[in-house]
Design a protein around this ligand. Structure first.
Ligand code: GLA
Length: 566
Protein backbone atom coordinates (compact mmCIF):
# COMPACT_ATOMS: atom_id res chain seq x y z
CA UNK A 1 0.00 0.00 0.00
CA UNK A 2 1.26 3.45 -0.84
CA UNK A 3 2.49 5.54 2.06
CA UNK A 4 -0.16 8.21 2.72
CA UNK A 5 2.43 10.96 3.19
CA UNK A 6 3.85 10.56 -0.35
CA UNK A 7 3.21 13.73 -2.31
CA UNK A 8 2.27 13.55 -6.00
CA UNK A 9 5.70 15.02 -6.89
CA UNK A 10 7.55 12.42 -4.82
CA UNK A 11 5.45 9.67 -6.39
CA UNK A 12 6.21 11.00 -9.85
CA UNK A 13 9.94 11.12 -9.12
CA UNK A 14 9.87 7.58 -7.76
CA UNK A 15 7.86 6.18 -10.64
CA UNK A 16 10.20 7.81 -13.15
CA UNK A 17 13.31 6.85 -11.22
CA UNK A 18 14.39 10.49 -10.76
CA UNK A 19 16.62 11.13 -7.77
CA UNK A 20 15.46 14.42 -6.13
CA UNK A 21 19.06 15.60 -5.53
CA UNK A 22 19.93 15.10 -9.20
CA UNK A 23 16.79 16.97 -10.19
CA UNK A 24 17.73 19.97 -8.07
CA UNK A 25 21.26 19.88 -9.50
CA UNK A 26 19.89 19.68 -13.02
CA UNK A 27 17.52 22.54 -12.52
CA UNK A 28 20.24 24.69 -11.02
CA UNK A 29 22.59 23.89 -13.89
CA UNK A 30 19.78 24.82 -16.26
CA UNK A 31 19.39 28.26 -14.65
CA UNK A 32 23.08 28.93 -15.27
CA UNK A 33 22.47 28.93 -18.99
CA UNK A 34 19.48 31.24 -18.95
CA UNK A 35 20.33 34.84 -19.70
CA UNK A 36 18.58 36.62 -16.86
CA UNK A 37 19.29 34.23 -14.03
CA UNK A 38 23.03 34.01 -14.47
CA UNK A 39 25.53 35.10 -11.84
CA UNK A 40 27.20 38.52 -11.81
CA UNK A 41 30.70 38.79 -13.28
CA UNK A 42 32.93 40.00 -10.47
CA UNK A 43 36.71 40.09 -10.87
CA UNK A 44 37.23 42.88 -8.35
CA UNK A 45 38.01 45.60 -10.93
CA UNK A 46 36.05 48.44 -12.57
CA UNK A 47 34.23 49.26 -9.35
CA UNK A 48 34.09 52.72 -10.89
CA UNK A 49 34.00 53.11 -14.69
CA UNK A 50 37.41 52.30 -16.22
CA UNK A 51 39.53 55.25 -17.42
CA UNK A 52 42.32 55.31 -19.96
CA UNK A 53 43.12 55.73 -23.64
CA UNK A 54 42.62 53.54 -26.72
CA UNK A 55 44.20 53.64 -30.14
CA UNK A 56 41.19 53.09 -32.43
CA UNK A 57 39.24 56.36 -32.62
CA UNK A 58 42.12 58.41 -33.99
CA UNK A 59 44.85 56.05 -35.19
CA UNK A 60 42.78 53.13 -36.55
CA UNK A 61 45.17 50.59 -38.14
CA UNK A 62 48.14 53.02 -38.14
CA UNK A 63 49.64 51.85 -34.87
CA UNK A 64 53.05 50.60 -33.78
CA UNK A 65 54.93 49.99 -30.56
CA UNK A 66 56.66 53.39 -30.60
CA UNK A 67 53.36 55.24 -30.83
CA UNK A 68 51.95 53.26 -27.90
CA UNK A 69 55.06 53.96 -25.81
CA UNK A 70 54.92 57.67 -26.68
CA UNK A 71 51.25 57.80 -25.68
CA UNK A 72 52.00 56.05 -22.37
CA UNK A 73 54.82 58.50 -21.69
CA UNK A 74 52.60 61.46 -22.57
CA UNK A 75 49.82 60.16 -20.28
CA UNK A 76 52.33 60.01 -17.50
CA UNK A 77 53.98 63.37 -18.27
CA UNK A 78 50.60 65.13 -18.55
CA UNK A 79 49.69 63.60 -15.15
CA UNK A 80 46.64 61.84 -16.58
CA UNK A 81 47.51 58.75 -14.54
CA UNK A 82 47.04 60.82 -11.36
CA UNK A 83 43.51 61.69 -12.50
CA UNK A 84 42.61 58.03 -12.89
CA UNK A 85 43.43 57.40 -16.58
CA UNK A 86 45.36 54.18 -16.15
CA UNK A 87 44.70 51.89 -19.12
CA UNK A 88 46.62 52.15 -22.41
CA UNK A 89 44.53 50.06 -24.79
CA UNK A 90 45.89 48.79 -28.07
CA UNK A 91 42.84 48.20 -30.28
CA UNK A 92 42.65 46.24 -33.54
CA UNK A 93 45.69 45.63 -35.81
CA UNK A 94 48.40 44.78 -33.30
CA UNK A 95 48.51 41.13 -34.32
CA UNK A 96 50.35 39.20 -36.96
CA UNK A 97 48.31 37.38 -39.62
CA UNK A 98 49.48 34.05 -38.29
CA UNK A 99 49.74 32.38 -34.93
CA UNK A 100 52.94 30.82 -33.54
CA UNK A 101 53.59 27.12 -34.18
CA UNK A 102 52.07 26.37 -30.76
CA UNK A 103 48.89 28.24 -31.66
CA UNK A 104 49.42 31.51 -29.79
CA UNK A 105 48.59 34.99 -31.03
CA UNK A 106 51.67 37.09 -31.73
CA UNK A 107 52.23 40.72 -32.59
CA UNK A 108 52.77 42.12 -36.08
CA UNK A 109 56.41 41.40 -36.94
CA UNK A 110 57.18 44.84 -38.32
CA UNK A 111 55.01 47.28 -36.36
CA UNK A 112 55.39 45.57 -32.95
CA UNK A 113 58.75 43.80 -33.40
CA UNK A 114 59.60 43.67 -29.69
CA UNK A 115 56.44 41.69 -28.91
CA UNK A 116 53.55 42.46 -26.60
CA UNK A 117 55.19 41.34 -23.36
CA UNK A 118 57.90 43.98 -23.87
CA UNK A 119 55.25 46.59 -24.62
CA UNK A 120 53.30 45.70 -21.48
CA UNK A 121 56.52 46.13 -19.49
CA UNK A 122 57.13 49.53 -21.11
CA UNK A 123 53.57 50.69 -20.36
CA UNK A 124 53.82 49.35 -16.78
CA UNK A 125 57.08 51.29 -16.31
CA UNK A 126 55.00 54.51 -16.47
CA UNK A 127 52.69 53.18 -13.74
CA UNK A 128 50.03 52.42 -16.38
CA UNK A 129 48.22 49.22 -17.35
CA UNK A 130 48.07 47.75 -20.80
CA UNK A 131 44.93 46.74 -22.68
CA UNK A 132 44.58 44.52 -25.72
CA UNK A 133 41.91 43.61 -28.29
CA UNK A 134 40.59 40.67 -30.32
CA UNK A 135 37.18 39.58 -31.57
CA UNK A 136 34.65 36.98 -30.48
CA UNK A 137 34.75 35.74 -34.05
CA UNK A 138 37.08 33.91 -36.38
CA UNK A 139 38.74 37.23 -37.37
CA UNK A 140 38.86 40.78 -35.98
CA UNK A 141 36.99 43.66 -37.63
CA UNK A 142 40.17 44.32 -39.61
CA UNK A 143 40.22 40.62 -40.66
CA UNK A 144 43.14 39.53 -38.51
CA UNK A 145 43.37 36.38 -36.34
CA UNK A 146 40.93 36.33 -33.48
CA UNK A 147 39.86 34.35 -30.42
CA UNK A 148 36.70 32.35 -31.15
CA UNK A 149 37.63 28.69 -30.56
CA UNK A 150 40.99 29.85 -29.08
CA UNK A 151 39.61 31.33 -25.86
CA UNK A 152 41.71 29.37 -23.39
CA UNK A 153 45.00 29.81 -25.24
CA UNK A 154 44.45 33.51 -25.85
CA UNK A 155 43.31 34.28 -22.30
CA UNK A 156 46.44 32.56 -21.00
CA UNK A 157 48.64 34.40 -23.48
CA UNK A 158 47.23 37.79 -22.42
CA UNK A 159 47.60 36.90 -18.74
CA UNK A 160 51.19 35.79 -19.33
CA UNK A 161 51.96 39.09 -21.05
CA UNK A 162 50.50 40.93 -18.04
CA UNK A 163 47.63 42.55 -19.93
CA UNK A 164 45.00 44.14 -17.63
CA UNK A 165 42.19 45.21 -20.00
CA UNK A 166 40.69 43.18 -22.79
CA UNK A 167 38.22 44.42 -25.40
CA UNK A 168 36.37 41.61 -27.16
CA UNK A 169 34.73 42.63 -30.43
CA UNK A 170 31.99 40.81 -32.39
CA UNK A 171 33.17 40.83 -36.04
CA UNK A 172 33.18 37.49 -37.89
CA UNK A 173 31.19 35.94 -35.06
CA UNK A 174 29.76 32.48 -35.62
CA UNK A 175 26.61 31.91 -33.60
CA UNK A 176 26.27 28.70 -31.62
CA UNK A 177 23.73 26.56 -33.51
CA UNK A 178 20.27 26.21 -31.98
CA UNK A 179 19.94 22.81 -33.72
CA UNK A 180 20.93 19.73 -31.77
CA UNK A 181 22.25 16.44 -33.11
CA UNK A 182 20.07 13.33 -33.35
CA UNK A 183 21.51 10.62 -31.13
CA UNK A 184 21.18 6.85 -31.47
CA UNK A 185 23.50 5.75 -28.64
CA UNK A 186 26.28 6.73 -26.31
CA UNK A 187 29.49 4.77 -25.69
CA UNK A 188 31.77 5.14 -22.72
CA UNK A 189 35.24 3.61 -22.82
CA UNK A 190 37.78 3.31 -20.03
CA UNK A 191 41.10 4.34 -21.65
CA UNK A 192 43.09 2.29 -19.14
CA UNK A 193 41.33 -1.05 -19.65
CA UNK A 194 39.80 -0.56 -23.09
CA UNK A 195 36.43 -1.71 -21.70
CA UNK A 196 33.48 0.02 -23.35
CA UNK A 197 29.78 0.16 -22.57
CA UNK A 198 27.11 1.11 -25.08
CA UNK A 199 23.73 2.53 -24.08
CA UNK A 200 20.98 2.90 -26.65
CA UNK A 201 19.38 6.34 -26.90
CA UNK A 202 15.90 4.98 -26.28
CA UNK A 203 16.99 3.99 -22.75
CA UNK A 204 17.30 7.66 -21.77
CA UNK A 205 14.54 9.45 -19.97
CA UNK A 206 13.18 12.14 -22.27
CA UNK A 207 11.83 15.56 -21.37
CA UNK A 208 10.15 18.35 -23.29
CA UNK A 209 10.05 17.82 -27.05
CA UNK A 210 12.64 15.02 -27.01
CA UNK A 211 11.25 11.98 -28.79
CA UNK A 212 12.34 8.50 -29.91
CA UNK A 213 12.07 8.02 -33.68
CA UNK A 214 12.92 5.15 -35.99
CA UNK A 215 15.23 4.91 -38.95
CA UNK A 216 15.59 1.40 -40.30
CA UNK A 217 18.86 2.31 -41.98
CA UNK A 218 20.58 2.69 -38.61
CA UNK A 219 22.55 -0.45 -37.88
CA UNK A 220 21.86 -0.85 -34.15
CA UNK A 221 18.27 -0.87 -32.87
CA UNK A 222 17.10 1.51 -35.57
CA UNK A 223 15.97 4.00 -32.93
CA UNK A 224 17.28 7.48 -32.18
CA UNK A 225 16.37 10.52 -30.11
CA UNK A 226 15.43 13.79 -31.78
CA UNK A 227 13.91 17.07 -30.50
CA UNK A 228 16.80 18.33 -28.35
CA UNK A 229 16.98 21.69 -30.18
CA UNK A 230 16.89 25.23 -28.76
CA UNK A 231 16.26 24.33 -25.14
CA UNK A 232 13.06 22.43 -26.01
CA UNK A 233 14.09 18.98 -24.90
CA UNK A 234 16.68 16.88 -23.14
CA UNK A 235 17.64 13.23 -22.67
CA UNK A 236 18.95 11.87 -19.39
CA UNK A 237 20.73 8.59 -18.69
CA UNK A 238 20.49 7.67 -15.02
CA UNK A 239 22.52 5.18 -12.99
CA UNK A 240 25.38 4.80 -15.44
CA UNK A 241 27.71 2.60 -13.38
CA UNK A 242 31.43 3.14 -13.79
CA UNK A 243 34.20 1.41 -11.88
CA UNK A 244 36.47 4.33 -10.98
CA UNK A 245 36.87 8.12 -10.88
CA UNK A 246 38.62 9.71 -13.84
CA UNK A 247 38.70 10.37 -17.54
CA UNK A 248 36.70 8.27 -19.97
CA UNK A 249 36.29 8.39 -23.73
CA UNK A 250 32.73 9.49 -24.39
CA UNK A 251 31.36 8.86 -27.87
CA UNK A 252 27.97 10.06 -29.05
CA UNK A 253 26.50 7.94 -31.83
CA UNK A 254 24.83 10.25 -34.34
CA UNK A 255 22.17 9.90 -36.93
CA UNK A 256 23.71 12.11 -39.57
CA UNK A 257 21.56 14.80 -41.12
CA UNK A 258 21.72 18.31 -42.51
CA UNK A 259 24.29 20.51 -44.14
CA UNK A 260 24.53 22.69 -41.04
CA UNK A 261 26.27 22.57 -37.66
CA UNK A 262 24.60 21.29 -34.52
CA UNK A 263 25.38 21.90 -30.87
CA UNK A 264 24.82 19.99 -27.64
CA UNK A 265 25.98 20.08 -24.06
CA UNK A 266 26.77 16.92 -22.12
CA UNK A 267 26.11 17.59 -18.43
CA UNK A 268 27.64 15.04 -16.06
CA UNK A 269 26.05 14.61 -12.64
CA UNK A 270 24.48 18.07 -12.95
CA UNK A 271 27.88 19.66 -12.43
CA UNK A 272 30.34 19.46 -15.34
CA UNK A 273 29.28 20.69 -18.77
CA UNK A 274 31.03 19.61 -21.97
CA UNK A 275 29.98 21.56 -25.09
CA UNK A 276 30.17 19.78 -28.44
CA UNK A 277 29.76 21.22 -31.93
CA UNK A 278 28.85 18.68 -34.56
CA UNK A 279 29.96 19.59 -38.09
CA UNK A 280 27.64 19.99 -41.01
CA UNK A 281 27.54 16.54 -42.62
CA UNK A 282 27.51 14.82 -45.97
CA UNK A 283 25.21 11.81 -46.07
CA UNK A 284 27.57 9.14 -47.43
CA UNK A 285 26.71 7.00 -44.42
CA UNK A 286 23.74 7.33 -42.10
CA UNK A 287 25.74 7.04 -38.89
CA UNK A 288 28.40 9.24 -37.44
CA UNK A 289 30.10 9.79 -34.12
CA UNK A 290 31.52 12.58 -32.01
CA UNK A 291 34.12 11.83 -29.38
CA UNK A 292 35.26 13.79 -26.33
CA UNK A 293 36.98 13.08 -23.02
CA UNK A 294 34.75 13.30 -19.96
CA UNK A 295 35.28 12.93 -16.22
CA UNK A 296 33.08 10.45 -14.38
CA UNK A 297 32.94 9.38 -10.76
CA UNK A 298 33.06 5.82 -9.46
CA UNK A 299 29.56 4.39 -9.03
CA UNK A 300 26.34 5.75 -10.51
CA UNK A 301 26.48 8.73 -12.87
CA UNK A 302 23.81 10.86 -14.51
CA UNK A 303 24.33 12.10 -18.08
CA UNK A 304 22.10 14.78 -19.52
CA UNK A 305 22.31 15.84 -23.18
CA UNK A 306 20.58 18.99 -24.46
CA UNK A 307 21.09 22.17 -26.47
CA UNK A 308 20.11 25.14 -24.26
CA UNK A 309 20.86 27.77 -26.93
CA UNK A 310 17.53 29.11 -28.11
CA UNK A 311 18.51 32.36 -29.78
CA UNK A 312 21.31 34.59 -31.04
CA UNK A 313 21.19 36.34 -27.68
CA UNK A 314 21.78 33.06 -25.82
CA UNK A 315 24.67 32.37 -28.16
CA UNK A 316 26.35 35.75 -27.67
CA UNK A 317 25.83 35.64 -23.91
CA UNK A 318 27.30 32.15 -23.70
CA UNK A 319 30.34 33.00 -25.84
CA UNK A 320 31.08 36.22 -23.95
CA UNK A 321 30.61 34.50 -20.58
CA UNK A 322 32.91 31.74 -21.68
CA UNK A 323 35.72 34.20 -22.47
CA UNK A 324 35.12 35.98 -19.14
CA UNK A 325 35.58 32.69 -17.31
CA UNK A 326 38.72 31.93 -19.29
CA UNK A 327 40.19 35.34 -18.43
CA UNK A 328 39.52 34.80 -14.74
CA UNK A 329 40.95 31.30 -14.90
CA UNK A 330 44.03 32.51 -16.77
CA UNK A 331 44.93 35.41 -14.46
CA UNK A 332 44.66 33.11 -11.44
CA UNK A 333 46.68 30.36 -13.10
CA UNK A 334 49.47 32.69 -14.22
CA UNK A 335 49.66 34.35 -10.80
CA UNK A 336 50.03 30.92 -9.17
CA UNK A 337 52.54 29.75 -11.74
CA UNK A 338 54.68 32.87 -11.43
CA UNK A 339 54.21 33.22 -7.66
CA UNK A 340 52.98 36.81 -7.97
CA UNK A 341 49.82 38.75 -7.22
CA UNK A 342 46.94 38.20 -9.61
CA UNK A 343 46.44 40.88 -12.26
CA UNK A 344 42.71 40.77 -13.02
CA UNK A 345 41.73 41.71 -16.56
CA UNK A 346 39.04 44.36 -16.99
CA UNK A 347 36.77 42.69 -19.54
CA UNK A 348 35.14 44.95 -22.13
CA UNK A 349 32.38 43.38 -24.23
CA UNK A 350 32.13 45.06 -27.63
CA UNK A 351 29.02 43.51 -29.13
CA UNK A 352 27.53 46.85 -30.30
CA UNK A 353 24.20 46.27 -28.53
CA UNK A 354 22.79 43.95 -31.17
CA UNK A 355 21.88 41.17 -28.72
CA UNK A 356 20.87 43.53 -25.88
CA UNK A 357 24.03 42.95 -23.82
CA UNK A 358 22.70 45.20 -21.06
CA UNK A 359 20.43 42.25 -20.19
CA UNK A 360 23.24 39.70 -19.79
CA UNK A 361 26.46 41.73 -19.77
CA UNK A 362 26.68 41.89 -15.98
CA UNK A 363 26.93 38.09 -15.94
CA UNK A 364 29.69 38.12 -18.55
CA UNK A 365 32.04 41.08 -18.13
CA UNK A 366 32.81 44.50 -16.65
CA UNK A 367 31.35 46.66 -19.42
CA UNK A 368 29.41 46.22 -22.62
CA UNK A 369 29.09 48.44 -25.66
CA UNK A 370 25.47 49.48 -26.10
CA UNK A 371 25.67 50.91 -29.64
CA UNK A 372 27.49 50.82 -32.96
CA UNK A 373 30.75 52.78 -33.31
CA UNK A 374 31.07 56.41 -32.31
CA UNK A 375 32.32 59.06 -34.77
CA UNK A 376 33.89 62.43 -34.09
CA UNK A 377 30.76 64.42 -34.97
CA UNK A 378 27.79 65.82 -33.09
CA UNK A 379 25.13 63.62 -34.73
CA UNK A 380 26.96 60.45 -33.71
CA UNK A 381 27.52 61.61 -30.13
CA UNK A 382 23.88 62.68 -29.62
CA UNK A 383 22.60 59.48 -31.26
CA UNK A 384 24.66 57.30 -28.93
CA UNK A 385 23.65 59.40 -25.93
CA UNK A 386 19.95 59.06 -26.82
CA UNK A 387 20.26 55.29 -26.80
CA UNK A 388 22.53 54.83 -23.82
CA UNK A 389 20.67 57.25 -21.54
CA UNK A 390 17.69 54.87 -21.50
CA UNK A 391 19.75 52.00 -20.10
CA UNK A 392 20.50 53.57 -16.70
CA UNK A 393 19.04 50.76 -14.64
CA UNK A 394 21.55 48.19 -15.92
CA UNK A 395 24.72 49.97 -14.74
CA UNK A 396 26.30 49.27 -11.37
CA UNK A 397 29.77 49.05 -9.78
CA UNK A 398 31.76 46.41 -11.64
CA UNK A 399 29.36 46.22 -14.62
CA UNK A 400 28.79 49.28 -16.86
CA UNK A 401 27.00 50.38 -19.99
CA UNK A 402 29.64 51.44 -22.52
CA UNK A 403 28.55 54.14 -25.02
CA UNK A 404 31.99 53.80 -26.71
CA UNK A 405 35.34 55.53 -26.41
CA UNK A 406 35.56 59.31 -26.23
CA UNK A 407 35.97 61.50 -29.30
CA UNK A 408 36.84 64.57 -27.21
CA UNK A 409 39.59 66.37 -29.12
CA UNK A 410 38.95 64.54 -32.39
CA UNK A 411 37.37 65.73 -35.65
CA UNK A 412 35.91 69.22 -35.75
CA UNK A 413 34.05 69.11 -32.44
CA UNK A 414 33.76 72.60 -30.94
CA UNK A 415 34.83 73.42 -27.40
CA UNK A 416 31.16 73.33 -26.28
CA UNK A 417 30.60 70.01 -28.02
CA UNK A 418 33.71 68.45 -26.47
CA UNK A 419 32.61 69.63 -23.02
CA UNK A 420 29.06 68.36 -23.58
CA UNK A 421 30.30 64.97 -24.83
CA UNK A 422 32.59 64.57 -21.82
CA UNK A 423 29.90 65.70 -19.35
CA UNK A 424 27.27 63.34 -20.77
CA UNK A 425 29.67 60.41 -20.51
CA UNK A 426 30.44 61.39 -16.89
CA UNK A 427 26.73 61.63 -16.10
CA UNK A 428 26.11 58.22 -17.71
CA UNK A 429 28.84 56.63 -15.57
CA UNK A 430 30.51 55.66 -18.84
CA UNK A 431 34.07 54.38 -19.19
CA UNK A 432 36.29 57.39 -19.88
CA UNK A 433 38.57 55.97 -22.56
CA UNK A 434 40.22 58.86 -24.38
CA UNK A 435 40.57 58.54 -28.15
CA UNK A 436 42.69 61.54 -29.10
CA UNK A 437 46.43 62.13 -29.49
CA UNK A 438 47.64 62.56 -25.92
CA UNK A 439 51.03 63.82 -27.17
CA UNK A 440 49.35 67.12 -28.10
CA UNK A 441 48.92 67.86 -24.38
CA UNK A 442 52.67 68.50 -24.16
CA UNK A 443 54.59 71.37 -25.76
CA UNK A 444 57.79 70.91 -27.79
CA UNK A 445 59.86 70.87 -24.57
CA UNK A 446 57.77 68.08 -23.14
CA UNK A 447 56.03 70.35 -20.62
CA UNK A 448 52.29 70.21 -20.03
CA UNK A 449 50.50 72.70 -22.27
CA UNK A 450 48.12 74.15 -19.69
CA UNK A 451 46.35 76.23 -22.33
CA UNK A 452 45.26 73.11 -24.25
CA UNK A 453 41.44 73.29 -24.31
CA UNK A 454 40.96 69.54 -24.70
CA UNK A 455 43.28 68.82 -21.80
CA UNK A 456 41.31 71.28 -19.65
CA UNK A 457 38.13 69.32 -20.35
CA UNK A 458 39.37 65.80 -19.84
CA UNK A 459 41.34 66.75 -16.70
CA UNK A 460 38.51 68.55 -14.91
CA UNK A 461 38.58 66.83 -11.53
CA UNK A 462 35.03 67.78 -10.56
CA UNK A 463 33.62 66.33 -13.80
CA UNK A 464 35.69 63.16 -13.41
CA UNK A 465 34.48 62.83 -9.80
CA UNK A 466 30.90 62.62 -11.09
CA UNK A 467 31.82 59.76 -13.40
CA UNK A 468 33.89 58.03 -10.75
CA UNK A 469 31.43 58.47 -7.89
CA UNK A 470 31.46 55.31 -5.79
CA UNK A 471 27.67 54.91 -5.71
CA UNK A 472 28.02 53.88 -9.35
CA UNK A 473 24.58 55.06 -10.45
CA UNK A 474 24.03 56.09 -14.07
CA UNK A 475 22.14 59.37 -14.53
CA UNK A 476 18.46 59.29 -15.40
CA UNK A 477 16.81 61.73 -17.76
CA UNK A 478 14.05 63.31 -15.70
CA UNK A 479 12.88 65.87 -18.22
CA UNK A 480 13.08 66.61 -21.95
CA UNK A 481 11.33 68.78 -24.52
CA UNK A 482 13.16 67.01 -27.33
CA UNK A 483 15.92 69.60 -27.51
CA UNK A 484 16.79 70.29 -23.89
CA UNK A 485 17.22 67.42 -21.42
CA UNK A 486 17.78 67.41 -17.68
CA UNK A 487 19.84 64.51 -16.32
CA UNK A 488 20.18 63.62 -12.66
CA UNK A 489 22.86 61.40 -11.10
CA UNK A 490 22.78 60.53 -7.39
CA UNK A 491 26.21 60.79 -5.74
CA UNK A 492 27.75 59.66 -2.48
CA UNK A 493 26.96 61.59 0.72
CA UNK A 494 23.46 62.53 -0.44
CA UNK A 495 24.80 64.83 -3.12
CA UNK A 496 23.51 65.11 -6.65
CA UNK A 497 24.84 65.91 -10.11
CA UNK A 498 22.47 67.67 -12.48
CA UNK A 499 23.22 68.31 -16.14
CA UNK A 500 21.15 70.53 -18.42
CA UNK A 501 21.86 69.60 -22.01
CA UNK A 502 20.93 71.65 -25.08
CA UNK A 503 21.24 69.32 -28.10
CA UNK A 504 19.88 71.82 -30.57
CA UNK A 505 21.50 74.36 -32.91
CA UNK A 506 19.96 77.39 -31.14
CA UNK A 507 20.32 78.89 -27.67
CA UNK A 508 17.62 77.45 -25.39
CA UNK A 509 16.52 77.80 -21.80
CA UNK A 510 16.73 74.81 -19.51
CA UNK A 511 15.44 74.62 -15.94
CA UNK A 512 14.71 72.33 -13.01
CA UNK A 513 13.40 72.54 -9.47
CA UNK A 514 15.62 71.22 -6.69
CA UNK A 515 12.56 70.70 -4.47
CA UNK A 516 10.99 68.48 -7.12
CA UNK A 517 14.24 66.55 -7.49
CA UNK A 518 14.19 65.65 -3.79
CA UNK A 519 10.87 63.87 -4.45
CA UNK A 520 12.29 61.56 -7.15
CA UNK A 521 12.39 58.01 -5.79
CA UNK A 522 15.98 57.37 -6.95
CA UNK A 523 17.28 60.62 -5.40
CA UNK A 524 18.50 60.94 -1.81
CA UNK A 525 18.97 64.71 -1.52
CA UNK A 526 17.66 66.05 1.83
CA UNK A 527 14.76 68.49 1.70
CA UNK A 528 15.87 71.88 2.96
CA UNK A 529 15.67 75.57 2.02
CA UNK A 530 19.24 76.16 0.93
CA UNK A 531 21.50 74.20 -1.37
CA UNK A 532 25.08 74.83 -2.44
CA UNK A 533 25.26 74.56 -6.21
CA UNK A 534 28.70 74.15 -7.78
CA UNK A 535 28.85 74.99 -11.49
CA UNK A 536 31.56 72.60 -12.63
CA UNK A 537 32.60 74.17 -15.96
CA UNK A 538 32.47 77.75 -14.61
CA UNK A 539 34.18 76.74 -11.39
CA UNK A 540 31.76 78.92 -9.38
CA UNK A 541 29.34 78.20 -6.54
CA UNK A 542 26.06 79.79 -5.53
CA UNK A 543 23.25 79.16 -3.08
CA UNK A 544 19.82 78.15 -4.40
CA UNK A 545 16.51 77.42 -2.73
CA UNK A 546 14.62 75.71 -5.53
CA UNK A 547 14.33 76.63 -9.19
CA UNK A 548 17.37 76.98 -11.43
CA UNK A 549 16.93 78.28 -14.99
CA UNK A 550 19.70 79.07 -17.47
CA UNK A 551 20.03 79.88 -21.14
CA UNK A 552 22.35 77.39 -22.81
CA UNK A 553 24.40 77.96 -25.94
CA UNK A 554 23.82 75.53 -28.84
CA UNK A 555 25.28 72.04 -28.36
CA UNK A 556 26.25 72.70 -24.78
CA UNK A 557 25.74 71.62 -21.19
CA UNK A 558 25.69 73.12 -17.74
CA UNK A 559 26.92 70.71 -15.11
CA UNK A 560 26.12 71.16 -11.42
CA UNK A 561 27.02 69.39 -8.20
CA UNK A 562 24.35 70.07 -5.58
CA UNK A 563 24.50 69.61 -1.82
CA UNK A 564 22.04 70.45 0.95
CA UNK A 565 23.32 73.15 3.32
CA UNK A 566 23.35 72.24 6.99
C1 GLA B 1 34.74 47.60 -34.21
C2 GLA B 1 34.66 48.21 -32.82
C3 GLA B 1 35.54 49.43 -32.75
C4 GLA B 1 36.97 49.06 -33.08
C5 GLA B 1 37.02 48.39 -34.43
C6 GLA B 1 38.40 47.81 -34.73
O1 GLA B 1 34.20 48.42 -35.17
O2 GLA B 1 33.33 48.52 -32.50
O3 GLA B 1 35.46 50.05 -31.48
O4 GLA B 1 37.47 48.23 -32.08
O5 GLA B 1 36.09 47.32 -34.52
O6 GLA B 1 38.44 47.15 -35.94
Amino acid sequence: MENKTTTPIAAFLKKNKICPVCLVKRLSSATKVTVDGADRFDNGVALTPPMGWASWNLFRHNINENLIKEIAKAMHDAHLDELGYKYVNVDDCWMSSYRTSDGKLQSDKTTFPSGMKALVDAVNSYGLKMGIYTSNGTLTCEDLPSSLYHERTDAETFAEWGVEYFKYDFCHNEAIPTSAPEIDKIMIANPKTGEEITIQAEEAQLRGDAVVLEDKKLTSTGKYVSGLDAGHGSMVFYDVELPEDGEYIFTIGLRKFGLYKKYAEIVINGVDTYPVTIPSCKGFTREGRHQITVNFTAGKNTIMIHNPVGSRMDSAAKQYRNMGKELQRATKLVAEREGREEKPICYSICEWGINQPWKWGASAGNLWRTTMDIDANWTSIVGIYEFNVRLAKYARPGNWNDPDMLEVGNGNLTDNENRAHFSLWCMMAAPLILGNDIRTFLDENGNVDKSNKVLKIISNKAAIAIDQDKLGVQARRIKTNGLVDVLVKPLENKELAVCIFNKGPKAMEGSFSIKELTKESFVDLPETDRYTVFDIWNNTSFVAADKIAEVLEPHSVILYRIKAMA
